[in-house]
Design a protein around this ligand. Structure first.
Ligand code: 2PG
Ligand code: MN
Ligand code: MN
Length: 558
């Protein structure tokens, strides 16, 4: 029987005259630490402050851990799982957890993806490329180690690791520690007779891990280093590479931005180029930053940059399949989560029009992730997706990013009368927060507050309704803290910046001139999280929520 997408009118909440806007403040958490390092708290935000003061129309919701399908409540939220939950109304086991289970049960080593790479075990090299940290957003080092040990135990003769340093999901400077940990595992494999080494690397924001085609030159730098063995810097070991490229203590380069490097032998030859017949594993489970490098490996006729040499007979797999529509890559180690019946499908199947907008850095978040990791339109006749090109610089240098352009385009869409749903993502609190630059992050938050004001006023002009929320924390804590929550300082007395997301819940606001006074937040869903937003969205559009979704957070007061 085919799934029934028909939406029923809500029993008490009437449909709005104007549109419903759903506005995501990326990386804007409601943190318990309300001190000078909380950019959300410190910033001057009259709009959001006023929203917080409206009774029964503001609450916080969970945005991390098991509430968004991550392995444990120690896992911070991120955009992928956050937007998946927001857009699908459901909590599914996410990549991190699925890989954990595949390793625990040994299923990983029985699948077709593993069979493919194992063809290279006896006579060729197996390469592992990915983000080396335990951030748990894109990858986890312990999962890499599990794969490495699994390959060596099953006969891999030669292994090469190509490591992207993090400093974004984990403290900056921790790259050295992760390289040491990996070197220890590789030494253990060498003792067992497997020739295992690190071959190349670079910082995640400079090499390989571009997303949404913001800057393909990053991917080319990765290809050159990992495949061709060409990079601006060569070293004979990875720890020296990372410590040298970070530079002197008073002028360090962040782990995120380390230049590409290649490890060479005493004669200066790269130790691990990728050759005909080799196997390549991308060990990140998260999709967005693996799609471009996957295309370079997978597509014979790839022309976006000159690969110079394309190894023949590669055995190429992703940790997961990163794009189900493109079937990219064709081979993978663990099947990705299946996210079915997302809210966008209900909308288009009921003839409801949508406008979705963000800048490049978050464009796929409000489209691809929102739609359960589907690329392209669900129905091109009913939807318009607008991407505003992001700047190609470090975002603390231009913390306004493209917020004003996004606002202008969204206002136009709201006023056009063409769309019933307007979906917007402001990247600033997250992207600037990741730089660890407190002053710039405060500015980012203030800019977004001003933009939200404009959007709310525009929605009011057309008697619409709105939801303002976020996908996870980031700007709400900009300092590393000890177990008691006390800000940590470096030896020179400077605070240690926090570049990662936080575990904080996020705000959830409803309102709008077109929202009847009686529509208020329920007080009987205290544990609600991002997955409860979709039901709420349908109610505010005047429909009952689909039965398979997490419960709504609103009701019409009696
Ligand atoms: O930049 C990214 O890739 C992640 C952090 O690793 O951030 P977000 O989940 O907000 O996209
Ligand atoms: Mn995000
Ligand atoms: Mn982020």
């Amino acid at each position: 029987m085919s799934f029934d997408y028909k939406l029923q009118p809500h029993s008490t909440i009437p449909a709005p005259e104007g549109p419903l806007m759903v506005c995501i403040l990326d990386g804007f958490g409601e943190n318990e630490f309300k001190d000078e390092y909380n950019a959300v708290h410190v910033a001057t935000t009259p709009t959001i402050d006023a929203l917080r003061a409206v009774p029964k129309r503001f609450r916080t919701i969970k945005a991390h851990g098991t509430a968004v399908g991550l392995p444990s409540d120690a896992d911070m939220g991120n955009s992928e799982v956050g937007h998946n939950a927001l857009g699908s109304g459901q909590v599914v086991d996410q990549g991190a957890r699925l890989v954990d289970m595949a390793l625990e049960t040994g299923k990983m080593f029985e699948g077709d993806g593993w069979k493919l790479i194992s063809q290279a075990f006896s006579k060729h090299t197996v390469h592992f490329i990915g983000l080396l940290s335990d951030g748990g957003v894109h990858s986890r080092a312990d999962q890499l180690f599990g794969c490495l040990r699994g390959a060596a135990a099953r006969g891999a003769q030669r292994i090469r690791c190509h490591v992207l340093t993090d400093g974004r999901d984990v403290p900056d400077g921790s790259s050295v520690k992760y390289v040491e940990e990996l070197e220890a595992v590789l030494a253990e494999l060498r003792e067992k007779g497997c020739d295992a080494r690190i071959a190349s690397g670079g910082g995640r924001m400079k090499v390989t891990m571009d997303r949404y085609e913001a800057d393909w030159s990053m991917v080319k730098r990765g290809w050159d280093a990992h495949v061709l063995g060409k990079a601006p810097y060569t070293f004979t070991d990875a720890k020296t590479a990372v410590t040298t490229l970070r530079g002197p203590e008073d002028a360090t380069v962040s782990d995120q931005y380390l230049d590409a490097f290649v490890i060479v032998d005493e004669a200066g030859a790269p130790v691990g180029t990728i050759e005909d017949g080799d196997a390549v594993v991308l060990f990140n489970f998260r999709a967005d930053r693996m799609v471009e490098i996957s295309k370079a490996f997978e597509y014979q006729d790839f022309t976006t940059f000159d690969r110079e040499r394309y190894p023949v007979g590669l055995r190429f797999v992703g940790m997961m399949q990163y794009d189900g529509d493109l079937k990219l890559p064709a081979n993978y180690l663990v099947p990705p989560p299946e996210i079915l019946h997302v809210s966008g499908e209900f909308l288009v199947k009921n003839g409801i029009t949508t406008f979705a907008c963000s800048e490049t850095q978050k464009f796929g978040h409000v489209t691809f992730f929102w739609n359960g990791n589907r690329s392209g339109y669900l129905d091109a006749k009913l939807e318009q997706y607008l991407e505003i090109p992001s700047d190609k610089i470090e975002f603390n240098k231009a913390p306004d990013m493209k917020a004003r352009e996004i606002t202008a385009a969204s206002k136009e869409a709201i006023l056009s009368g063409k769309y019933k749903v307007i979906r917007v993502n402001f990247a600033n609190p997250d992207m600037v927060g990741h730089t660890g630059d407190l002053a710039a992050t405060i500015r980012a938050v203030e800019t977004v507050d001003a933009c939200v004001k404009e959007l709310l006023e525009t929605v009011d002009q057309v008697n619409g309704r709105w939801i303002v929320t976020a996908d996870h924390g980031n700007a709400d804590d900009m300092v590393q803290r000890d177990k008691k929550g006390k800000p940590m300082k470096a030896e020179d007395g400077k605070p240690l910046p926090l570049t990662s997301h936080t575990l904080a819940p996020v705000p959830f606001f409803i309102g709008g001139k077109g929202l009847p006074d009686g529509v208020v937040l329920r007080d009987d869903v205290p544990d609600a999280g991002l997955a409860n937003v979709a039901s709420t969205t349908f109610n505010l559009l005047g429909y009952e929520a689909p039965g398979i979704y997490k419960p709504t957070m609103v009701q019409m007061a009696a």
